[in-house]
Design a protein around this ligand. Structure first.
Ligand code: GAL
Length: 389
């Protein structure tokens, strides 16, 4: 608790400093922090609650210029503050200022760890060791992000081990949401003094099961709520992707990106292609909402993706041990939620880069396996590395 309080003082000081800086700047400058925003900013007090008989809280990680806020409700990232090209602290993650909106209405998955199986499973059915399992169909005919509550609306146990690192644990019971095996998942967030956020995942099970854990942070590299992300520049290190049907389920084959709107092998904005519904895949995805097959093949030392904010100069590099990356361009954002600095979650004002296995892998023998057996430990790592230019 002491850590949270001293962290809170730090954040307040940080935001106040930012505010002073902002007030001196011209209105054409990107300003994410204003007087009103200070009132709305997340505070530990606004995250203190009891849900499912467990306490929820806000945890603050800080190292160098970077600060990340996490809540144990859904192991969610609430805010990521990094300097822009002028050194101004900028919050590049979408989130709420309090715990309550995270619990209300349909889940937007802002900042959450999604599981047991993040992304979709066709018709909510899969076969494992000769037995068919049925999961909730909570996205049209399909299963999405672990079901009705998934992991994003569970209260995780939190252990903040230092000013810059926290480990969250969730034990999902045998049969929860229809999945077999008691699955223990651990997620560790660590912030280093070089503006890098590392996410480590570990999981074990008591019986064979399937899993696909990822983080679902929505980013706007110009700052939360600062307009469209279609003019950001995107590079994705993938020469193939998994085309989908009209219900977002992969049709089973890989398709080359070359010559299609899905070629991000050299950096480009989304604006020229995101509405190109003559392209069947853009139409099916309602824009960009597809799994890219990473050329990195699990090598965390090779870059998986790079995105830059067209106004802030903030660059985010993604590194991962995972084989795929779901690139989601905020096509379901509809302006119906109030974000932490008073802006709305308008259409395509954020994007997600969800490092993961391919959607519907349990029904696609040709895709890398997502089965976890007792005695094995699943582990993976993803790094979001920030800089500014
Ligand atoms: C993404 C998914 C989208 C949408 C979104 C939540 O991971 O790819 O299709 O479901 O989550 O609104």
């Amino acid at each position: 608790m002491q850590k949270i309080i001293s962290g809170c003082i730090l954040v307040t000081a940080f935001i106040l400093t930012a505010c002073n800086n902002v007030s001196k700047k011209k209105s054409s400058d990107i300003a994410i922090v204003s007087e009103q925003e200070i009132e709305n900013a997340p505070s530990p007090k606004n995250f203190e609650s009891t849900i499912d008989n467990k306490p929820t809280a806000l945890y603050i990680l800080k190292n160098g210029n970077m600060q990340v806020m996490v809540t144990n409700y859904g192991a969610r990232i609430v805010s990521i503050i990094v300097p822009d090209k002028n050194g101004k602290p900028t919050d590049v993650a979408v989130g709420y200022a309090a715990i309550k909106p995270y619990t209300e209405g349909a889940d937007t998955y802002f900042g959450a760890i999604v599981g047991r199986y993040g992304n979709r499973i066709a018709k909510g059915k899969f076969n494992l060791d000769g037995k068919t399992y049925s999961l909730a169909t909570n996205d049209g005919p399909n299963h999405l992000h672990g079901g009705k509550k998934g992991f994003s609306r569970q209260v995780w146990d939190a252990n903040q081990t230092s000013d810059s690192s926290i480990t969250l644990t969730y034990i999902s019971g045998d049969g929860e949401e229809g999945y077999p095996g008691t699955l223990t998942s651990k997620v560790t967030y660590t912030v280093n003094n070089n503006d890098r956020l590392k996410i480590e995942y570990a999981a074990t099970t008591t019986s064979p099961t399937i899993l696909n854990l990822t983080n679902h942070t929505y980013f706007n590299l110009n700052g939360e709520g600062s307009g469209t992300v279609n003019n950001h520049l995107f590079m994705i290190n993938a020469t193939t992707f998994t085309p989908i049907d009209s219900t977002f389920i992969p049709i089973g084959k890989l398709e080359a990106v070359k010559g299609t709107p899905f070629d991000f092998t050299t950096s480009k904005s989304l604006s020229a292609t995101v509405n190109d519904t003559a392209n069947r895949q853009i139409k099916n995805g309602k824009g960009y909402d597809h799994n890219f097959v990473l050329n990195t093949k699990g090598n965390i030392h090779q870059i998986a993706a790079e995105v830059s904010g067209d106004q802030s100069g903030i660059v985010m590099d993604v590194y991962t041990t995972q084989p795929g990356l779901q690139f989601y361009g905020g096509n379901f954002m509809d302006g119906s939620h109030n974000l932490k600095y008073g802006k709305k979650d308008d259409y395509r004002t954020a994007f997600c880069m969800e490092t993961q296995h391919y959607p519907d892998s349990p029904n696609e023998p040709g895709f890398p396996s997502t089965v976890l057996k007792p005695g094995e430990t699943f582990s993976s790592e993803t790094i979001y590395a920030f800089s500014a230019k």
